[in-house]
Design a protein around this ligand. Structure first.
Ligand SMILES: Cc1cc2nc3c(=O)[nH]c(=O)nc-3n(C[C@H](O)[C@H](O)[C@H](O)COP(=O)(O)OP(=O)(O)OC[C@H]3O[C@@H](n4cnc5c(N)ncnc54)[C@H](O)[C@@H]3O)c2cc1C
Length: 408
C-alpha cells in the first residue's frame, strides 16, 4: 500500500491529494486551520481568480522561473478546466484570460474540492499543525505537539508561505525543508501595498485614481503599468501598485533606492495638459486655481498638487502664469514619492523566495536530496504576477506531485 501524507490543505495540497487518491494511493491531509483552503476562500476578493488562459514562465519570478515550464506544459489551462468540470466546477473566462468560478464565489471552489476529496476517501485532519517530520528508515513520521503519525511512504510539504498569517501563512515549510538540507531563497512580500516616505498620502487617504505608475530603482525606470491607485494612511495601494510591488520588494530587500512616479492623467502629455489648464483659466478668470483643477482631479489631491507645485491655492486664474501651469502639469504627470517599505507579509497576497527549485525535480516536485519527500505550491522559490498565476502554479505543481507520489 502506498501511504501518502500531505502537510497543508491549500490549493497545492488539495490538488496533490485528489490526483494521488484518484490513482489509487491512500492519502491523509494535515491542516493546521479549522478547515482547508482558507487562502482560496480569500482569493480574488472572495471571487477567486482561479487561473488564466495565458500562462508562461514570463508570468513568474524566482531564481529559476524556467522551473515552471514543465508543470505548465503538463497542466495548462485546458487541463485545469477539465479537472474543474470533473469535480463539478465551471469556469467563467474573461476577455483578458483571467478565469473565475462561474458562481463568482471562491466558496464554491473549496466546497467542490472538499466534496471530491471526501468522495475519494481522503482523510483530512484539521486543526493539526505538524511541528516535525522525521525520516525513519524507508518511511516518514509526522509529529504534532501531542501526537505522532507513522509509516508514510511519501510526504508532500505544501504549507504555503508567510504571506497573510491571519489565513495560516507561516514559514513552517521552510523550516522543514532546511532540516532536510534544502536551501531557502530569502522570502519577501509580493502583491502588496507600499509604504511611502511622505505624509502627503495620509492626507489623501481614500482617494482613488486611474494612473500610470513608473517604478524607479536607483533612479532608473524599471517598470511601467496602468491601473487604479489608492492613497492610504501608510502610503499607497491599488492594482497598479500591487503589479509593481514584486520588483519594488526585491529592490527594497537589496537596499536600493526605490521611487514611484505617478502620472495621474495617463492620456495627457505635458503640452496638452498645460494647454487645457491655460484654456480653463481663460474661461473663468475669477475662479481660484484650486476650483479649476477640481474639474480634473479629486479636490483632496488638488490641494497637495498645488502645495507641491508651490502655487497658492487661492490664486485667481487670471494670475496663473505659464511657469505655474508648467509646475502644476509636471506634478500631475510625474509626481514622485520615495518608497520606504512594503506594507509587510500580513497584507501581502503572496511571498517571493522560498525553497530553491534547483534542488527539486521539475517533473515530479520530488526533492533531489531526500527520496520520497515532495514540495509544491507557493512554498517554492516561484511567485507569479497578479491574474490567477499563483493559484495556477499551486494547482500545476500539486498535480505533478500527486501524480508522481502515486506512481512511485
Ligand atoms: C488575500 C489573498 C488573495 C489572493 N488572491 C489570489 C487570486 O485571486 N488568484 C491567485 O492566483 N492567487 C491569489 N492569492 C494567492 C494564492 O491564494 C496562493 O498563492 C495559493 O493559495 C498558494 O497555495 P498553496 O497551497 O501553496 O498554499 P496555501 O494555500 O497557503 O496552503 C498552505 C496550507 O498549509 C497550512 N499549514 C501551514 N503550516 C502547516 C503545518 N505546520 N501543519 C499543517 N498545516 C500547515 C496552512 O494553514 C494552509 O492552509 C491570494 C492570496 C491572498 C492572501
Amino acid at each position: 500500500m502506498n501511504k501518502i501524507a500531505i502537510i497543508g490543505g491549500g490549493a497545492a495540497g488539495l490538488m496533490a491529494a485528489i490526483t494521488a487518491a484518484k490513482a489509487g494511493a491512500t492519502v491523509e491531509i494535515f491542516e493546521q486551520n479549522s478547515r482547508v483552503g482558507k487562502k482560496i476562500l480569500a482569493s480574488g476578493n472572495g471571487r477567486c481568480n482561479i487561473t488564466n488562459t495565458h500562462l508562461s514562465r514570463n508570468d513568474y519570478f524566482g531564481d529559476h522561473p524556467e522551473f515552471v515550464d514543465f508543470s505548465l506544459s503538463q497542466f495548462d489551462f485546458n487541463h485545469f478546466k477539465k479537472f474543474c468540470s470533473s469535480i463539478g466546477l465551471l469556469l467563467n473566462t474573461k476577455d483578458d484570460g483571467r478565469s473565475y468560478p462561474l458562481s463568482d464565489e471562491a466558496k464554491s471552489v473549496v466546497l467542490a474540492l472538499e466534496a471530491y476529496a471526501d468522495l475519494l476517501g481522503i482523510t483530512v485532519y484539521c486543526e493539526t499543525r505538524i511541528s516535525r517530520i522525521d525520516r525513519v528508515g524507508e518511511h516518514f513520521e509526522l509529529h504534532t505537539d501531542e501526537k505522532s503519525h507513522k509509516a508514510y511512504d511519501r510526504v508532500l510539504i505544501s504549507t504555503g508561505s508567510e504571506a497573510a498569517p491571519q489565513l495560516g501563512g507561516n514559514a513552517d515549510g521552510q523550516t522543514f525543508a532546511q532540516t532536510f538540507g534544502h536551501t531557502i531563497q530569502p522570502a519577501y512580500p509580493s502583491l502588496v501595498a507600499l509604504e511611502l516616505d511622505s505624509l502627503i498620502p495620509t492626507k489623501m487617504t481614500g482617494t482613488k485614481q486611474f494612473s500610470q505608475v513608473t517604478l524607479y530603482i536607483n533612479g532608473k525606470a524599471e517598470e511601467q503599468v496602468q491601473g487604479d491607485i489608492l492613497f492610504t494612511r501608510y502610503g499607497i495601494s491599488g492594482f497598479a501598485i500591487l503589479d509593481i510591488s514584486q520588483q519594488a520588494s526585491v529592490a527594497l530587500m537589496e537596499y536600493a533606492q526605490v521611487k514611484i512616479g505617478l502620472k495621474l492623467l495617463p492620456d495627457l502629455d505635458r503640452q496638452s495638459l498645460s494647454a487645457q489648464i491655460s484654456q480653463l483659466c481663460k474661461n473663468v478668470p475669477s475662479y481660484p486655481i484650486e476650483t479649476i483643477l477640481s474639474g480634473l482631479l479629486s479636490s483632496k489631491m488638488v490641494t497637495h498638487i498645488l502645495e507641491v507645485s508651490k502655487v497658492p491655492l487661492k490664486t485667481p486664474a487670471r494670475d496663473v502664469n505659464t511657469k505655474m501651469i508648467k509646475q502644476i502639469a509636471n506634478t500631475i504627470l510625474d509626481w514622485r514619492f520615495e518608497v520606504s517599505d512594503t506594507h509587510g507579509f500580513k497584507h501581502a497576497e503572496v511571498s517571493g523566495g522560498g525553497v530553491s527549485t534547483e534542488e527539486l525535480d521539475e517533473k515530479s516536485m520530488e526533492s533531489k536530496r531526500v527520496k520520497g519527500l515532495y514540495f509544491a505550491g507557493e512554498l517554492l522559490d516561484i511567485v507569479g504576477r497578479r491574474g490567477g498565476y499563483n493559484l495556477h502554479f499551486a494547482w500545476a505543481s500539486g498535480y505533478l506531485a500527486g501524480k508522481a507520489m502515486a506512481r512511485a
